[in-house]
Design a protein around this ligand. Structure first.
Ligand code: FAD
Length: 465
């Protein structure tokens, strides 16, 4: 390592603040520039994914940086999905058949605050808030900024510049605009957007519905989900088309229409959201998109990380986890290539890109799974079988969900490949009643493994064509 290396990080969100902490722990001088005010002193979270599901890949990165326990203190474990039908009946579907495997609801603001505070404890870290990056001169490694308060413009040069400035990254824009190299870029939006609402705590400050679950109201065209907060409230997110179907964001323009929609589709939730009309009209509608691009780096000068490199839709609860995992992977590559930024960036991107592409695709799959399939009898039967297999063979059977969420040693791309084959095998067997005659679960496991391997082999041959 060269202690004189001066690192510039654009964006002090979840990825940027964790990266700053890790690089500071490694001894670098780190300057972080964040366009928004300091979220520890200003409430800026309203309407923007107030809480998130944190799982094992995220924890691994937090552990690396010594902040796992601090994060765990503000987590609420969610052991499974709790589905609500139109009549208000509920049923549960656990996330795993193994004990100790659950996801965690955590406040974005509180977690980000912890990371900023931990990073700032290092005297080699400076964080500048209200400072927006307007562009980056990638050839000369100079970032241009504008102070949001004074409107003063200034420039900073660094040994290297990291763009962790989220889905609308200014560094990524500069890659595109400067045209120094062939830059591939795609941004695909879903036709659905999202809006956040709130189920407040009851009079005693307690949660009004189970806080041990992620609640889902799956309705095909639309979907509502709710994650618990520490203060007894729930953050509810409505996923709805902008302009398709009987109800959509464009036509829900009156109080009557909103009430009609919720009474028809989510009547049990409606009873719990007293400020629905205000929230519906005042909270922003967010877009949901996938960003894929390459290369992420320019020579030995700049690198994109987190959502700036690979924004994904939120349906696998993995965007933050993947962005944190970026730091884990980057750190391991620094161990072997420190001192050579170009090699570090190159090796990092080669190691990481296929995995972030995979989680992007899995997140889209899960949009349809959560919206359309979770209440389907075949799907429920398959999930029940998977739970039984995981419970009985905790070291031998891992569902796709478990591989992605709880098995941080399996790269996303591998989890996707194996998980998809396994899903196909299981659904085929369940649909054709192939397992009805088998009573011994170890025989079921054997059959599932055989069928999965056959599908994997077929996929491999198809890939050679
Ligand atoms: P961000 O968190 O977006 O941070 C980027 C930072 O850069 C921000 O602080 C921003 O103000 C700053 N910035 C932007 N532009 C500039 C600029 N020009 N100059 C300076 N600073 C700038 N992930 C999960 O793992 N689990 C979940 O349950 C989950 N739920 C989600 C629900 C929703 C509705 C959404 C939208 C996302 C969800 N995600 C979830 C994804 C997660 O929010 C992102 O993957 C994560 O925030 C990425 O972190 P980041 O630091 O790369 O980007």
């Amino acid at each position: 390592m060269n202690n004189k290396d001066n690192i510039v990080i654009i964006g002090a969100g979840l990825c940027g603040s964790l990266l700053a902490l890790r690089l500071a722990q490694r001894g670098y001088k780190v300057d972080v520039y964040e366009s928004r005010p300091d979220l520890r002193v200003t409430d800026i979270s309203a309407g923007r994914s107030i809480n998130l599901a944190l799982s094992d890949r995220g924890f691994k990165a937090l552990r690396l940086c010594g902040v796992e326990e601090k994060a765990r203190e503000i987590c609420i474990p969610m052991y499974g999905r709790l589905m609500h039908d139109r009549e208000g009946n509920t049923f549960t579907s656990n996330y795993s058949g193994r004990e100790g495997e659950y996801i965690n609801s955590i406040s974005r603001g509180d977690l980000n605050g912890i990371l900023l505070t931990e990073a700032e404890k290092h005297e080699n870290v400076n964080i500048y808030f209200n400072t927006e990056c307007t562009s980056v001169d990638i050839e000369n490694t100079i970032a241009h900024f504008k102070n949001q308060d004074t409107k003063e413009e200034f420039s900073v040069d660094g040994t290297v510049i990291f763009g962790t400035d989220g889905a609308g990254s200014s560094l990524r824009k500069s890659y595109y605009l400067e045209r120094k190299f062939l830059f591939s870029y795609s941004q695909n939006f879903l036709t659905h957007g999202y809006k956040e609402l709130e189920i407040p705590a009851d009079k005693r400050g307690k949660h009004q519905i189970s806080k041990d679950h992620l609640h889902i109201w799956p309705r095909g065209e639309y979907m509502l989900i709710a994650l618990p907060n520490l203060d007894g409230s729930f953050t509810v997110t409505l996923f709805l088309s902008y302009d398709e179907g009987a109800y959509n964001f464009n036509n829900l323009t009156s109080e009557e229409k909103i009430t009609e929609f919720f009474e028809k589709e989510f009547s049990d939730a409606l009873e719990l959201i007293p400020s629905i009309k205000d929230e519906f009209f005042n909270n922003p509608t967010g877009a949901l998109g996938t960003v894929k691009c390459s290369p992420w780096h320019y020579q030995n000068k700049t690198l994109l990380m987190g959502d700036a490199a690979h924004a994904i839709v939120p349906f696998y609860g993995q965007g933050m986890n993947a962005s944190f995992e970026d730091v884990t992977v980057f750190d391991a590559i620094l161990d072997t290539h420190e001192g050579d930024w170009q090699a570090t960036f190159k090796v990092y991107e080669k190691a990481r890109k296929k995995d972030t592409d995979a989680i992007a695709d899995l997140a889209i799959d899960n949009f349809y799974e959560m919206r359309d399939h979770v209440a389907n009898p075949l799907f429920k039967q398959k999930r029940k079988l998977e739970m039984d297999l995981e419970e009985t063979f905790p070291n031998q059977y891992f569902s796709k969900y478990s591989m992605v969420t709880f098995n941080e040693e399996i790269p996303y791309a591998e989890a996707m490949k194996k998980g998809r084959a396994q899903d196909k095998a299981l659904l085929n067997m369940v649909a054709h009643n192939d397992l009805d005659a088998i009573t011994d679960l170890s025989e079921v496991l054997k059959k599932v493994q055989e069928e999965t391997n056959e599908i994997l082999e077929e996929d491999e041959i198809a890939g050679l064509r």
